[in-house]
Design a protein around this ligand. Structure first.
Ligand code: IDP
Ligand code: MG
Length: 150
């Protein structure tokens, strides 16, 4: 089995619903270790870089607004960011998340339980890296090297 790291972002819908602890506890129950943790006031620039794969897609603007907290009642642009570490972490965390579309996500997954579609945006509670390569790129984007356990 491969030791991997993956990036988790608790999105503004889940922060507004105070779900960070519940979501983290599910990852801890999978045996994953928290290797980095921070609260980030995300800028549009950072989010555009994070969602570079959505460049040119019709829903990018909605996703940016959502991630900047414009649809939620938060006083700033806060995102809770974590690096999780463990065997096969990337795929196991994605399995715990469920499908991107919360209406199609299995009911035992985080997105199936806590996500919804509002303002035409999938408000799906949690981001997690899709591949180990994506994880490295995203961890470098959100964390400085010294903020992550070796
Ligand atoms: P993922 O978050 O499951 O990896 P991606 O395809 O990487 O899914 O898309 C990033 C984010 O963009 C999703 O989590 C969701 O918030 C939003 N998104 C993706 N596809 C759609 C769509 O078809 N309509 C609205 N929002 C979408
Ligand atoms: Mg993705």
């Amino acid at each position: 089995m491969l030791m991997e790291q993956t990036l988790i972002l608790i999105k503004p819908d889940a922060i507004e619903k105070r779900l960070t602890g519940i979501i983290l506890s599910r990852f801890e129950a999978l045996g994953l270790e928290i290797a980095g943790a921070k609260v980030v006031c995300a800028t549009e620039e950072l989010l555009r870089e994070h969602y570079a794969n959505l460049q040119g897609s019709p829903f990018l603007d909605g996703v940016l607004k959502f991630m900047l907290g414009e649809y939620n009642h938060l006083p700033d642009h806060r995102i809770h960011a974590f690096v999780l570490r463990g065997e096969n972490a990337v795929a196991r965390v994605r399995a715990a998340l469920g499908a991107t579309n919360p209406e199609k996500a299995d009911p035992w997954t985080l997105r199936g339980q806590f996500g919804c579609i509002k303002n035409g945006v999938m408000q799906n509670a949690v981001h997690a890296s899709g591949t180990p390569e994506e994880a490295q790129r995203e961890i470098n984007l959100w964390f400085k090297p010294e903020e992550v356990l070796k």
